[in-house]
Design a binder for this molecule. Sequence first.
Ligand SMILES: Nc1ncnc2c1ncn2[C@@H]1O[C@H](COP(=O)(O)OP(=O)(O)OP(=O)(O)O)[C@@H](O)[C@H]1O
Ligand SMILES: [Mg+2]
Length: 398
Amino acid sequence: MAASSGPTADNPFVYGEIVSAAAFADRADERERLGRDLASGQKVFLISPRRYGKSSLVRDVMRGLARQKILTVEVTVAASSSYIGFLESYAQALLAADTPAARLKRWASELLRGIRPEVRFDADPLHRQGAGGQAGKARVALSFPAVRTARDTARVANEVFQLPARIAEARKQRLAVALDEFQAIASFNGGSVEAALRAAVQDQRQVGYVFSGSEPSLMERMLGPRRPFYKAGPVMRLEKINPEDFAAFIDERFRGSGIRPADGLGEAIVDLAANVPYDVQRLAHETWDDVREAGKRDAGLDDLHATLLRLLGAHSTVFEEAWQRLTLPQRAVLRALVIEEGQELMSADVRTRHRLPGTSTIQAALAALLRQDIITRDGERYSAVDSLYREWVARKTS
Ligand SMILES: Nc1ncnc2c1ncn2[C@@H]1O[C@H](COP(=O)(O)OP(=O)(O)OP(=O)(O)O)[C@@H](O)[C@H]1O
Ligand SMILES: [Mg+2]
């Protein structure tokens, strides 16, 4: 079979996971800037709504830094269910960064002398990929069994937060640390975590940090004048990808994988997906699959439309349940903002047209929808978080 003429075996679009360099669109400036800041030991805040590509950007930048012999460490704060659990995973990730398993135990007790960590190895050969993802390393589990009280935890925290600087010094290497889903730190134990972390990082000139978070309002509050991280470093607000560039990227990848896109396909996908990177890739990925499945070599707008309908069908149970959970005013407000594209919700005209309740009820409904992560707000404009749900609301509700 002539591989060059038909579609390739692999779908070139990726969603739901961190995208690798090859699947990466644009973001050249952001990559450059974040890389430079981290390499020079800055403490950077990276903020955007969900699914804009923070984790992908951070991963990509970290890979570049690793090539410059900078030690890189990535931890997802929201993955921990407690403060001490976070400290354990953080310390573990730091100690395991590029460290041969044989040295880890000694390393841990030397660098964390005061707080006696327990280090266990998981000998399971199936898990040889363990810490750091490199073969030949055992999986390690570090814990602080002696911790009983909040004071113990605070003491451990102080040690762990100093760890990056100690590692940098001991290895004579710079470090770049990424704490993803950083907004979760606020749930651990209020302001004291922020204060302890801020106090520790500000003197660490050999260590760059990126604190990335997907709840803009929470993250912005964390940077407020009365909070420890006020003016701690540069703030990057990740915007959407330039729509023309993203559309061109989509078309090009269709072409590169052996499927000819109709004029304007990339643009239509970006538009339908409200230019949210995750949604764009989802729609492109699913359309590509359907076209290939049908044995075609061209993808048209009708294919895109058919895929959209398939996706809406596949999600309808979930969407119906989500809809049922809303109160009546919330449903009315959601439907109105979908149809009016977020604008002028409070105007008398829109309120009459959509039979909306009074303005204070609208405000309360908007607040509830924001809280439930169903809508986001950009200035005065509200929009549905999930573009598929938006389409479902527009088509299936009344
Ligand atoms: N630069 C990019 N080019 C192309 N697609 C991207 C890019 N960045 C992100 N995406 C798409 O968006 C999806 C979500 O990206 P990622 O997980 O990095 O976002 P995030 O902001 O960390 O999301 P969350 O807030 O859910 O953690 C990816 O799986 C991918 O499909
Ligand atoms: Mg993420």
